[in-house]
Ligand binder design. Structure first.
Ligand code: NAD
Length: 391
């Protein structure tokens, strides 16, 4: 019997396993993940500021896997592509006939001086909790330090992660003000963004509404301000310096370092894949999610790396593996977006939906919509009980 090794228990990896088992594929499926649990990476920013707990955004992977799937909890260090083996940190290598790499993303520093030393980013539950600890420890320190910088938060980058994080901060700051007995309007937040436009991927009326919402809630946005250095107590953009003792880095992501450690031709740990999501000259290797640069023949560019697209890629790659096992031809990845939701805290946001027409929403309706999107992703990956348990 052939072995299909699926690397990563994120959205894409779990969806792949569900899809393969649903198709009753005649193969031995091995899922390898570094944790026992799956977490919703699109909600990590909520854990980072304390509006949600890890248990709200995670569930036990074993509880949702069919018995026929082998689940190995270990860290993938590299892939020996010549020997067709997955190399693990603690256990013996796993041999495969088909490989699905869905190892996800890591924060990207772009080689900017001081980023690794003086700012914090989050790409998993532990790093999100480390951000929360740092914020709370620094705010608590103000009582003895009386250093204004202990109350200054700087968010670096205003992509979706940065903007959604700012929305959660708006919700959380009044709680911290009370908890640490801080002066009214004590905590200030600056967001520093290289691009001239905030959320350029959304229609102008939605992005300007989001920026106004944040400004009305005390967030100061500095667009057209590329960060050139991060220091221990400040962020620098050419000749400007923004002081602050809480510096959170959200300027974009790269694929897992396992990609470069395994000798792939890559850029930012992403491999340009074929239209059917396999790797050139390796028809049995599939890359999906943040480790794949997937060409969009319509635009001539690559698809962005979103959870929605990663799940669609898992479906396509699963169908292609089933086809290969049956000696049938594969098909190319095609994607039509159901839209984009950008939350601004639990009760607000902006959204553009392409389902049964083209819809634009802003304000409290988006809070509900975001909840539905999150519930739907848990529902599709697990069971209703996990969806209900995460409330
Ligand atoms: P991103 O690449 O989308 O945004 C990073 C932002 O940082 C950009 O606006 C960029 O101009 C800015 N930046 C980069 N270098 C900078 C510098 N030196 N100085 C100042 N600003 C700088 O990254 P992200 O926000 O982490 O999102 C990663 C992926 O996840 C994206 O594909 C995003 O669409 C997706 N995502 C989607 C959602 C959602 O749909 N609601 C939420 C979170 C993330």
């Amino acid at each position: 019997m052939k072995t299909i090794a699926v690397l990563g228990g994120g959205y894409a990896g779990l969806r792949m396993v569900k899809r393969l088992t649903h198709e009753k594929v005649d193969a031995h499926i091995v899922l390898i993940n570094d944790n026992e649990y799956h977490y919703e990476s699109t909600q990590l920013h909520e854990v980072a500021v304390g509006n949600k707990e890890p248990s709200d955004i995670s569930f036990d992977i074993r509880a949702v896997l069919p018995d026929s799937v082998d689940f190995i909890v270990d860290t993938v260090t590299s892939i020996d592509r010549d020997k067709q083996q997955v190399v693990l940190k603690h256990s013996q290598p796993v041999a495969y006939d088909y490989l699905v790499n869905a190892l996800g993303f890591e924060s990207e520093s772009f080689g900017i001086k001081g980023v690794d030393e003086y700012s914090l980013s989050f790409n998993n539950i532990d790093s999100a909790l480390a951000v929360r600890d740092h914020i709370e420890h620094t705010l608590a320190n103000y009582a003895t330090s009386h250093d204004e910088n202990d109350l200054h938060i700087i968010v670096c980058g205003a992509g979706f992660t940065g903007i959604e994080l700012l929305g959660e901060l708006v919700e959380r700051i009044p709680v911290w003000n009370k908890q640490y007995d801080l002066p009214q309007n004590g905590i200030t937040v600056d967001c520093i963004e290289a691009g001239k436009t905030i959320l350029p991927m959304l229609p102008e009326n939605l992005s300007s509404w989001a920026v106004k919402f944040l400004a009305d809630h005390g967030i100061t946005m500095h667009s057209g301000t590329p960060i050139t250095e991060v220091r221990q107590h400040s962020v620098v953009s050419n000749d400007k310096e923004f002081p602050g003792n809480i510096i959170i880095w959200t300027t974009g992501v790269q694929g897992s370092h396992v990609i470069c450690d395994s000798g792939y031709a890559q850029k930012r740990n992403r491999v340009v894949v074929e239209n059917n999501l396999s790797v050139k000259d390796h028809p049995h290797e599939f890359l999906i999610g943040d480790v794949a640069a997937v060409p969009n023949p319509d635009s001539g560019r690559f698809y962005p790396t979103t959870a929605q697209i990663a799940v669609a890629q898992a479906d396509c790659a699963a169908e292609n593996i089933v086809a290969l096992l049956a000696g049938k031809p594969t098909h190319d990845f095609q994607f039509s977006s159901v839209g984009t939701v950008c939350s601004l805290g639990p009760g607000s946001g902006v959204a553009e939906i392409d389902q049964m027409g083209h819809w634009k929403f802003k304000g409290h309706k988006v809070g509900l919509l975001k909840r539905l999107v999150n519930d739907r992703s848990v529902l599709e990956l697990a069971h209703v009980k996990e969806m209900l348990a995460s409330r």
